[in-house]
Ligand binder design. Sequence first.
Ligand code: GLA
Length: 396
Amino acid sequence: MLAENKSYQRSVENFRQVFSTEPEIVTFAPGRVNLIGEHTDYNEGFVLPIAVDIFLCVAAKPRNDRIVRVVAADLNDSDEFSLDQILRDEEANWRNYHRGVAWAIQQNGIELKGIDAVVASDIPMGAGLSSSAAIEVGFALTFLHFVNADVPRPTLAQWCQLAEHKFAGVQCGIMDQMIALLGKSNHALLLDCRDLSHQLVPLPKGIAFVVADTGVPRTLAASEYNIRRQQCEEAVQWLSKLLERSIKSLRDVTLEELAQVFNDIPDPIRRRARHVITENNRVWSFQQAMREGALRRAGALLLASHASLRDDYEVSCRELDAMVQALTSVNGVFGARLTGAGFGGACLAMVHEGAIEQVFEEVPRKYKAILGNGSPEPKIFAVHASEGATVQKLID
Ligand code: GLA
């Protein structure tokens, strides 16, 4: 079934053309949608993402030397470097993901072999579906396959995160790499980002998840993201001082405690803290609602999450707000919110299965009507909770 995938076909065909031979493996790495728990992962909090059935594929074959050649089928670009000297590339940022991953693995004591590889992706870039974690995870499993190294997936997620910090320059949390490696079909992953313990939450029957891409690229995402991270660290300092105890992260503070000292913390730091603390609570309430099939309650939590991201965390934008408004105006939509880092990208909606067609039909029109002239072109599609990344052997 995976072989019917478009990125699979592009990666394999392109590999044959470029390297005039067959690839030995194709690694599939999924995109992800976070159901709830946004900007909580780097505060050692809770998240509830699903891996989705949209993939990035890496077709690859090992080499007998220490050279890595990577062709990006969709970008018409390529890269070549030696595993003995892995440096950041200042020209084309896409190269920093596989380079960073090779660096991080070797940094942890595993000597890699050179590879020839072609990467092709159906995960839209900049939509907030984490194409970056998919490329990291896709290459990590590819590199490790050819040296027969078996690394526990949570550890590998941390190495991929390190690659993103050091090579791509985004101080991301651990959610995206964990879900890309540990996703399960028909389930969400409830992840504790402090100790990486996790459990699967079965998704109720009769609902569908819809991704509504606003068509606005996440231009400010990297710099604003890093600023939010710093503000959370500042919030921790204020709270430690005012509550007179040592606090490691916002995870350690209750809403009642925040309320006691809220007026003594400067704005916007106190609102950033309020978002993270209330969002952690919403993750727990949401997963409980999903287990009980309480869909209206779950939908209301999605809307509350969006409001908090918009007003307290300030990572929404006009188009994301318009999309949530358009989505929730359709009958059969339980709730919607921005998903991923924000500043553009996509919204997630939880929808009654029978209402999907209506959502596809009505939402683009409503979205454009709210935004008026010059509205960006939205893209709306359904996603299904799917398995985490896998390596498929084509040749034994
Ligand atoms: C990006 C990061 C994640 C997470 C989300 C916001 O996707 O990569 O680690 O912080 O933003 O929830």
